[in-house]
Design a binder for this molecule. Structure first.
Ligand SMILES: [Mn+2]
Length: 375
């Protein structure tokens, strides 16, 4: 029979509240900042429902030392609403603990524990039989591994770690760490922040460690579903960890091959087929790249596609050379334009091809009596 969990932990790093989302327009940027706050609230609700005794927030809780009043109020409300939870915060490279920072300036409720030194220290929770170790970035850089030479005191309590650091490089400016640090330190669970794409939680010796990743993607470098970790530690010090998805919206990159498409209707049909298959809806921030060889002058209804998703970044890399042979023989101005642009349309350089394709599309639209979309 499974032993009952002794300690229940919620681990959420790199929330990056108040991220500017400057690549989105103002309205969508604001919506994403609201998403981030709601995601945080959703995570805290989950931690309460699971009766977690500890919420570990290992850094970059804020995107910047600056945090809006609204966000700070929301945090304090969440902390106060969960008097049975101990919140441990380890400031990261984006939200270092320094004079004037939110961490130093704001009086947080009593159940909030914030590391303030770049050296290892700990918060003791004898009622849980556990101590949480950690440190704080006090500037954007931390070049020393705080765990190098760390020798923990044996006090019979479970050792946990909540910290921001970089396991990917021994010469990192963002607190270089190594796996052997965790084993030597005898940690049962090391909740890390810094790497936004979680490679999952790993085990080395008796230590479980890993990055939760960021719970919301913030750019096309952070695609796919995201979330946080819930961990249970039993009386024997055994750990059971599970990933919990929380992202409200998902960045996705898709491409659609329009080879052979002659009309806008054909292109739409193909693109909408992709939307359907991939279930691309209002929760998706989409980068869609159109590829292939399609009819010269073909356009797609970008505004209609954009309405189906949260935000659309459309990249047209098609080559308007399908049926080009016909156009090459065309004795009107349309054919002449095609022949002039042909060397560029078939250039090795994708940038040159793209510019020539745009020029051909604009030219053909104008010759048909229309107004090119981009003018
Ligand atoms: Mn971060």
């Amino acid at each position: 029979m499974a032993t009952e969990a002794k300690i229940r932990i919620f681990h959420a790093g790199d929330v990056h509240l108040d991220t500017p989302f400057s690549r989105l327009d103002a309205e969508r940027g604001e919506a994403r900042r609201r998403d981030l706050r709601s995601t945080f609230t959703g995570m805290m609700l989950y931690a309460r429902m699971k009766n977690c005794q500890l919420v570990l927030l290992p850094g970059d809780l804020f995107d910047d030392g600056f945090a809006t009043k609204e966000t700070v109020e929301l945090l304090c409300r969440e902390f106060e609403n969960s008097p049975d939870i101990r919140f441990v915060i380890a400031p990261g490279n984006h939200d270092p603990y320094r004079p004037g920072s939110v961490y130093a300036a704001k009086k947080f409720p009593e159940n909030v524990y914030i590391f303030s030194s770049p050296a290892v220290s700990r918060f003791e929770f004898p009622e849980l039989g556990a101590d949480v170790y950690g440190w704080a970035f006090t500037s954007s850089f931390l070049t020393e591994d705080p765990l190098a030479g760390f020798a923990p005191e044996e006090n019979g309590r479970i050792r946990l770690l909540c910290a921001h650091g970089d396991l990917t490089s021994p010469v990192s400016n963002s607190c270089p760490l190594s796996e052997s640090d965790f084993v030597r330190g005898g940690f049962t669970y090391a909740a890390l922040g810094h790497i936004h794409k979680s490679p999952g939680i790993k085990r080395v010796g008796r230590t479980w460690f890993g990055y939760s990743g960021s719970p919301e993607g913030r750019s096309f470098d952070e695609c796919g579903e995201r979330g946080a970790y819930y961990a249970e530690i039993d009386e024997e010090g055994e750990v059971a960890v599970s990933f919990v998805p929380f992202s409200r919206r998902i960045y996705r990159k898709e491409s659609c091959d329009l080879t052979g498409c002659r009309t806008e209707a054909e292109a739409s049909h193909r693109i909408l087929g992709l939307f359907e298959r991939e279930k691309l809806g209002k929760n998706v921030i989409l980068r869609l790249t159109l590829t292939g060889s399609c009819a010269p002058g073909l356009t797609v209804r970008e505004d209609e596609l954009a309405e189906r998703v949260f935000s659309l970044d459309l990249r047209d890399e098609t080559s308007p050379t399908f049926d080009g042979a016909l156009l090459e023989q065309d004795l009107t101005l349309r054919g002449a334009l095609y022949r002039i642009l042909l060397p560029e349309l078939t250039s090795e350089d994708p940038e040159v091809r793209r510019t020539a394709a745009d020029a051909l599309r604009c030219g053909l639209t104008a010759l048909d009596g229309g107004v090119p979309a981009d003018l």
